[in-house]
Every structure is written in structure tokens, then in C-alpha cells.
Design a protein around this ligand. Sequence first.
Ligand SMILES: Nc1ncnc2c1ncn2[C@@H]1O[C@H](COP(=O)(O)OP(=O)(O)OP(=O)(O)O)[C@@H](O)[C@H]1O
Length: 232
Amino acid sequence: MIQIEHLKKVYNNEKVLDIPQLVIPRAECFGLVGNNGAGKTTLFRLILDLIRPSEGTVFLEGDNVRNTEEWKNNVGAYLDEHMLLTYLTASEYFDTLRSIYGLSQRDLELHLQKFEELFNGEIIDNAKYIRDLSKGNLKKVGIAAAMLGNKNVVILDEPFENLDPSSQSRLKKLITKEKQQNQVTYLISSHDLVHVTDVCNRIVILEKGIIKKDLNADKQQMTEELDEYFRV
Ligand SMILES: Nc1ncnc2c1ncn2[C@@H]1O[C@H](COP(=O)(O)OP(=O)(O)OP(=O)(O)O)[C@@H](O)[C@H]1O
């Protein structure tokens, strides 16, 4: 469970995030939507303790993320390419993570098998360094890396961005299957309202750092509420 209490982030006297309380239960697929600058990435960075809150606390399974380290073993994330070792090939990178996480070759093979369709033959055994991959393929490496190692929580910032339409569908299928098979909590931000309603059972709308709507209904109803909210 992720619990957020009185969380605020201020940059240059401007409040960019202000969330009095937010609870994300285990195994929820939590979608985060909002226009540019709404605070989605800031929220993810605060949850991951990559930046300091101006006020407030994030608890992961009861641990304050600022004061403990253990939770890091259970959380995978891909926010942007700065999280990758781009001077490695994808295969070298996955093998490096495998050894950091203490997984066997077989564990890694089984994990990468799940990504076979999504990778479309372009990632594994590709001699290119990660930094030279296309934007979409780079994203696929980041997503597969975030999901490696039996994580309880996986945080993905804009996972559908830069993916071709087939890859977007494959990724949705993969996330849907994973969440059914394992009790993983997914936090997914997206500008694509169709994709986010396809995979998430709850969707929060952020605007200027404030939660405007917290939708937890069937897909049809969430789609209608999102359409109405974002209609110009
Ligand atoms: N290091 C920083 N210094 C100053 N302002 C920042 C910094 N990081 C983020 N901000 C500001 O915080 C606000 C929220 O940014 P954030 O990146 O979280 O939004 P977002 O919802 O992820 O946007 P997008 O959809 O465009 O990716 C923006 O106004 C942004 O300019």
C-alpha cells in the first residue's frame, strides 16, 4: 500500500503539488492523468524519494520512503532514460540488473520471454547501445527493466508515449496479464485516455498539483468522466 499524507512540493515559491491524502492499495492499477505541468512526474519522483517534499510524507507498506531503504527492493520504476545505463546494450543492461537483484539466468530468461512480442526482435542481442536505440525501443527497455525482479510496485511515467500502435496494444496486454497473475500495484501516468482506461481500475486527474477527480468506476463511466473533464 502507498499512503501519501499532506504532500507538498514548492519550486521557486510556486506550489506544484498539494495532496492532503492519497491511498493506493495493493494490486491496484492506478492511472494518473493531467495536462502538461500538472505534477504527475513530480508525484512519482516524490514517491520514489528522488526529490524531497516541501512538506508531507510518502509511506510504502508503512515505511517512510525518506527514512528507509528496504522498500527500494520491492519497487520498480521507469520515468525517463536517465534511469538506464545507456552505455550498455540492452542485453548487457538486463544482465547487470539480474546480478544486482540476485536473479538466475533462468529468472531473467523467463522475464524477457514475457516481453518477446513487445520487443519484436529488436531489443535482445541487438549490438546497439541503449543510447542508440529508437525512442520507442528505449522505452521498452526501461519498462522491462522496471518490471524485473518480482516487484510489488511498478511506476511507469508515460509508458505508451513513443510506442507504435501494435506495441501500445502489446504493452496493455502484458500489463493486464501481469496484474492478474501477480499482486503488483501499478502506477501509470498517461496523456492517452483510452490506454489508461483500458488498463487502470482507478484514475486520478491532477491539475496544477491538485487532485480534481478520483475515479474508481467501470471503464465506460470513467471514459465518460474523463472525456467530459478534458473536453475543450
Ligand atoms: N526542478 C524543477 N524546478 C522548477 N520547477 C519544476 C522542476 N521540476 C518540475 N517543475 C515544475 O513542476 C510542475 C509540474 O511538473 P511535472 O513534470 O511534474 O508535470 P507533469 O504533469 O509530469 O507534466 P507533463 O505532462 O508535461 O510531463 C511544472 O510546472 C514544472 O515546470
